[in-house]
Design a protein around this ligand. Structure first.
Ligand SMILES: Nc1nc2c(c(=O)[nH]1)N[C@H]1C(S)=C(S)[C@@H](COP(=O)(O)O)O[C@H]1N2
Ligand SMILES: [Mo]
Length: 319
């Protein structure tokens, strides 16, 4: 805890200071949310939550049944070694430049093949379920990994709100496109905006989280504030950051990495030690902060909950 204490500049452990801090930022979101909605009433659920004086941000301190028991990566590793190409292609670029991103008044539109398209502000999304802490492994395609205590809610809670139509077979996630705030977007390192996608059953799987925080705090910008996806059985690039649009579609959406290099980055990108990346093996991974490599597990160790979705599929063809 020594290290964390120094990061948070306090004698209190982060887990103990969380509720107040998070609650304070919730209030500022409420304020901005109200402004941006300009007179449009907040949905009943959000108002009810306030009336009941029950913070919708209170989260389950018990470990979720989906959490790993492995040692968590340090807060400083999680927030200083990132991939977020909107802020540059170097691992240290996001921590250096992402503070330029203004997340005030952020909204996410949930549109497409749905009966009730809707624009959510971040607070409204958080109000749909109590935030829950889940300690998930994040395995990057570059063969490193971390263990991160995320704070989020199952994406299915949001999707159920908008009522997918019978044509909704995929979900597309679009991240913010704003070259003024995101210097990396002034270069064609990817085809902007960053887009990703999941099949609808993957999106509805209880492991798939819409995440607003980590280590009991709101997400630092470099980790994808104010709202990012976390899909723990897939390579990290499927977990889109700073999302502004969630679109349900009939056809498989085009995704940024697949588009830039289809032979290296498949649509599914399930973590799989038996399917090599064309330029390196995926059999082993280096846990950031450790010296010796570990064996990579199929579906990043989450087979129990996800393998059923891929029955009969050739995972080397659908990599
Ligand atoms: N919008 C956006 N989302 C993104 C990326 C990105 O460049 N832009 N990088 C992805 C990659 S490659 C990884 S490994 C994870 C890293 O998440 P982390 O920095 O929170 O560990 O974010 C993913 N989400
Ligand atoms: Mo990644």
């Amino acid at each position: 805890m020594m290290r964390l204490n120094s990061i948070f500049k306090t004698d209190t452990r982060p887990s103990e200071i969380t509720p107040k801090k998070v609650l304070e930022s919730r209030r500022s979101w409420m304020k901005y949310g109200a402004l941006s909605l300009a007179g449009i009433a907040l949905p009943a659920r959000s108002e009810d939550a306030v009336k009941e004086k029950k913070s919708p941000l209170s989260f389950d301190k018990q470990k979720s049944k989906y959490s790993t028991n492995e040692e968590k990566s340090s807060y400083s590793d999680i927030t200083s070694y990132n991939n977020f190409y909107e802020f540059g292609t170097g691992k240290e670029d996001p921590a250096q430049y992402a503070h330029q991103l203004n997340t005030d008044g952020w909204t996410v539109e949930v549109v497409g093949e749905v009966l009730k398209p809707r624009i959510f502000d971040v607070d409204q999304m958080m109000s749909l379920a109590p935030l829950e802490e889940r300690i998930y492994r994040l395995r990057c395609v570059e063969a490193w990994s971390m263990v991160i205590p995320w704070l989020g809610l199952p994406l299915s809670k949001i999707l159920n709100e908008v009522q997918p139509t019978g044509n909704a077979r995929f979900v597309e996630f679009v991240s913010l496109h704003d070259p003024e705030q995101m210097p990396g977007q002034r270069r064609p390192s990817l085809d902007w905006p960053y887009t990703e996608g999941l099949r609808i059953d993957e999106a509805m799987n209880p492991l798939t989280l819409l995440t607003m925080g980590l280590y009991g705090e709101l997400l630092p910008n470099q980790n994808g504030a104010p709202v990012r996806l976390v899909v723990p059985w897939k390579y990290g690039f499927k977990s889109s950051k700073s999302i502004v649009t969630i679109r349900l579609t009939e056809h498989q959406p085009r995704t940024s990495w697949n588009h830039s290099n289809p032979s290296e980055y498949g649509f599914y990108s399930n973590v799989n030690p038996n399917v090599s990346h064309p330029r390196w093996s995926q059999r082993k991974e280096r846990r950031i902060g450790e010296f010796f490599k570990r064996d990579t597990e199929l579906f990043n160790g989450y087979s129990e909950w996800v393998s059923g979705m891929y029955g009969g599929m050739d995972l080397s063809a659908h990599f």
